[in-house]
Ligand binder design. Structure first.
Ligand code: PLP
Length: 400
């Protein structure tokens, strides 16, 4: 019944005015059956399904180690801990990112140093990173944005020259390729499987790394710091002899969540191709408009995962603010998102960050203009046309 699984059963819609959310997970009836099977199996927490999901991520990205955790935020926490980031250390990251990274840097007792981003791709470049490196910089966390990959060749080159590790925030990048290489294949990258991401387990994350030692440490840190990570179905759990090697956290992903990700990963290229087709319709419609400017596509060879379709509302040309523009869409039953409000604009950071942030010019400009439009694989062409005509109507009516 469409009421129960609206995304799975959604009928083509010829412009009806039902609420159109900005995203909706791609869960089908086979995914639901898998969850039921896990529930009926008697083994519902981390086990065979987690291992299968990790293997599926490894074969999708080519990464050496894939470590499933209960969120990308938890993954970032483990990596910061695993790399020993703490008081006196500085971590370079954009302010135009999700707040979780910066929160964790602060909670670790380290200092976030914000780098600006390109005005039109919202991604930082190697030059922007290099300008901000100090003797205390201990980590760089660049963000692949909206489904487009960062230029990792130049970022890795700068990081290597300065001897600073890089952890890629790949929350948006499942299915993204930089020069034919999947994000996460080398180095350390963290994917999110949270509800709005291209592949979701409701909540979840995956750390990809090619560092054997770090991988071993992360596997243990995600489960109490216990030495043996072995799951053994016969004995229903890990070996009773497993010992704490170092104090750890409890960030494991349950099998009932993991099984959802396996199904979507099998369909990932189809799902992302559907996203790309819808995104192209938006790009064609907005390409000629002065009031709406979509993000730019990186100039280097890549495959875009089209996680989000983000535009900037050019408020200089309108008599309404970005927030009013979002409200106008809401009144037309069209949902939007905001990815992201700059971290330094949030209350806690506004009140505490004392250094000069005037270099964050592109971040500030975008933070006040960004809007994420509906984009998900079950959307129809008619849905996209409905959003496009609403946007055109709003901008025409409110033109300066
Ligand atoms: C979603 C997201 C995260 C956090 O992912 P969770 O799985 O919700 O912890 C981190 N960074 C970016 C850029 C994100 O979009």
């Amino acid at each position: 019944m469409s009421q129960v699984f609206p995304n799975a059963e959604r009928q083509p819609d010829s412009g009806s005015q039902e609420f159109l959310p900005f995203c909706r997970p791609s869960i089908d009836s086979s995914d639901i059956e898998e969850v039921v099977k896990v529930l009926e199996s008697g083994w519902i927490t981390s086990g065979a399904k987690v291992r299968q999901l990790e293997q599926a991520i490894s074969s999708e990205t080519g990464c050496k180690h894939a470590i499933a955790v209960c969120s990308a935020t938890a993954g970032m926490h483990l990596v910061l801990h695993g790399l020993g980031i703490g008081p006196g250390d500085e971590v370079l990251t954009p302010s135009l990112t999700w707040v979780s990274t910066v929160n964790l840097i602060v909670l670790a007792g380290a200092k976030p140093l914000f780098i600006d981003v390109d005005r039109d791709t919202l991604m930082c470049s190697a030059e922007m990173i290099e300008k901000s490196i100090t003797p205390n910089t201990k980590l760089i966390v660049p963000v692949h944005y909206a489904g487009a990959p960062l230029d990792m060749d130049s970022i890795n080159e700068v990081a290597k020259r300065h001897g600073i590790p890089v952890v890629e925030d790949a929350a948006h990048a499942l299915g993204s390729l930089f020069r034919n290489v999947p994000v996460g294949q080398s180095g350390t990258a963290i994917y999110s499987l949270q509800a709005i991401k291209n592949v979701t387990t409701a909540e979840g994350g995956i750390i990809c790394t090619d560092d054997d030692e770090l991988a071993e440490r992360l596997r243990r840190l995600r489960f109490h710091g216990l030495g043996a990570d072995a799951f053994d179905r016969e004995s229903h759990g890990r070996l009773p002899s497993a010992e704490v090697i170092e104090p750890g956290y409890k960030y494991n992903l349950p099998d009932m969540n993991a099984c959802l990700g396996i199904g979507q990963l099998n369909r990932l290229s189809d799902l992302n191709a559907k996203r790309a087709g819808l995104a192209q319709m938006y790009a064609d419609a907005f390409g000629e408009m002065d009031e709406i400017r979509p993000l730019a596509i990186p100039a280097y060879p890549h495959v875009h995962a089209w996680h989000l379709f983000i535009v900037r509302v050019i408020t200089e040309r309108l008599s309404i603010t970005r927030d009013e523009f979002m409200q106008e869409l809401k009144e037309r039953n069209i949902g939007t998102g905001l990815h992201f409000r700059a971290v330094h604009h949030h209350k806690y950071y506004r009140e505490r960050v004392t250094e000069d942030l005037s270099h964050l010019e592109n971040t500030n400009w975008n933070s006040d203009r960004l809007v994420t439009l509906p984009l998900f694989p079950a959307m129809t062409d008619a849905d996209v046309r409905r959003v496009i005509s609403a946007v055109k109507e709003i901008t025409t009516r409110n033109a300066k």
